[in-house]
Design a protein. Structure first.
Length: 401
């Protein structure tokens, strides 16, 4: 059967040995490949396996390959792949072979990945294109992982609320509560765009509650990193396109009239991460378009405090308590400790604790990063609502025509 291959090469500012080691270290593989678990038996004939998804016993996707060649610190070849995906098997037979080749480079080390064995037939076109995108994201993951080296590697835990407890999201923050904010965003975007916007990309769209109020006005594409949140959103917004992706590195290869990043932007904890998301928004905007970012707080508006909420819905009940605090006012990170009490039907009340880590940036820092990305930047102050509390600042970036 005729086959085709895919080759991707990039340079990294580390030694070849360091680059090679992350290809065989399970904790590193989890980090750069966003896998949930990885197992490596690092020897010729050994195993190289990983799974994705929140459930250990029922992963969304699992792959295992045999290490066919191992020549440290230069070359590793994986073959005899076995896949298992919840979405079903591939629509074609394929014998993939992946070669990782590390070589010295004046700026550090080069990594060249060659994946061979894609059927040349058109039935494999979509999968081939997906793998091309996947390798770009994987290399971005490797770069991020290497930039974070030095600190002991620790997996970034997904908040329970976006994984195992995602189905409770509509009881934590019901869609109805988003109507007023969504209308504020709609008006600001329409005003900021040079022509009436038709297409809208939302990054970090979560359970799609904001989107549920905007989709009547725009053709929406919803992107979130958490599969469980996308599943919640698909139920509510079955009429919108959904994509899984990391808003820091997402590259859809097309542009939109407007981009929205609502409260998901709170999850960017360093200026570098915030700049990455602003860059993603810029790249996905057509000239004349506008991007809107709506953090819960800026450094100026943040105050530690407590909140509570929750509701009953469809035979389930949830109440939460939230304690927001700032462990180190000198950095750009604050925390929200959440406690959820929840109960299904007449069942027992269960309780879970969850920690959300949020970024916090001054107004001036926001505007600087927007300008550096190429945007014409502004901040809009919110009007006071019925409670007398003023709405948080929103940041707008206009991309020139
Ligand atoms: C508070 S929820 C968003 C809720 C949303 N406004 C709604 O209407 O349901 C924050 C979301 O940000 C997502 N998120 C966090 N980091 C992300 C990233 N790097 N890329 C994409 N989504 C991300 C989380 O998975 C989560 O679904």
């Amino acid at each position: 059967m005729p086959t085709r291959s895919h080759v991707h090469e990039e340079i990294f500012p580390v030694s070849p040995a360091e680059l090679f080691s992350i290809l065989l270290t399970p904790s590193a593989i989890r980090s750069w490949w966003s896998a949930s678990r990885a197992i490596v038996v690092p020897e010729r004939g050994g195993i190289w396996a990983a799974t994705w998804g929140d459930s250990e016993n029922d992963p969304d996707y699992a792959t295992a390959a045999t290490i066919r060649e191992l020549d440290p610190p230069r070359r590793v070849v994986l073959a005899d792949y076995r896949y298992r995906a919840k979405g079903g098997p591939l629509p074609f037979r394929a014998d993939f072979v992946t070669e990782f080749l590390v070589s010295e480079h004046p700026e550090g080390a080069a990594l060249r990945v060659t994946q061979d064995g894609f059927p040349a037939a058109s039935i494999a076109d979509e999968f081939y294109a997906g793998c091309e995108r996947g390798w770009r994201d994987t290399f971005a993951g490797i770069r991020r992982h290497l930039e974070g080296r030095g600190a002991p590697w620790a997996p970034e835990p997904t908040p329970l609320l976006y994984g195992e407890l995602a189905a409770w999201w509509p009881l934590v923050s019901p869609p109805e509560e988003y109507a007023e904010e969504a209308e504020r965003f709609r008006r600001a975007l329409v005003e900021a765009c040079s022509a009436p916007p038709r297409t809208l990309l939302e990054l970090g769209s979560g359970g799609g509650h904001t989107a549920s109020h905007l989709k009547q006005w725009f053709e929406m594409t919803l992107v979130d990193i958490a599969p469980a949140m996308l599943a919640v959103s698909r139920e509510l917004n079955f009429d919108c396109e959904h994509q899984q992706g990391d808003m820091r590195t997402l590259r859809l290869g097309r542009t939109f009239d407007a981009v929205l990043v609502h409260d998901a932007i709170n999850h960017m904890r360093s200026a570098a991460e915030l700049a990455q998301v602003i860059g993603t928004a810029y790249r996905h905007l057509a000239p004349g378009g506008a991007a809107l970012f709506a953090p819960d707080h800026t450094r100026e508006s943040f105050e530690p405090g407590v909140d509570h909420g929750g509701c009953d819905r469809d035979g389930r009940s949830l109440r939460f308590f939230e304690w927001t605090w700032d462990p180190d006012p000198a950095d750009t990170e604050v925390r929200a400790e959440m406690v959820y009490l929840f109960r299904e039907g007449t069942g027992e009340v269960r309780c879970r604790h969850d920690t959300h880590r949020y970024g916090l940036f001054a107004r001036g820092e926001w505007l600087k990063l927007l300008r550096e990305a190429g945007f014409e930047a502004s901040a809009i102050a919110g009007e006071s609502g019925e409670t007398g509390e003023s709405a948080p600042l929103i940041f707008l970036g206009r991309r020139e025509l």
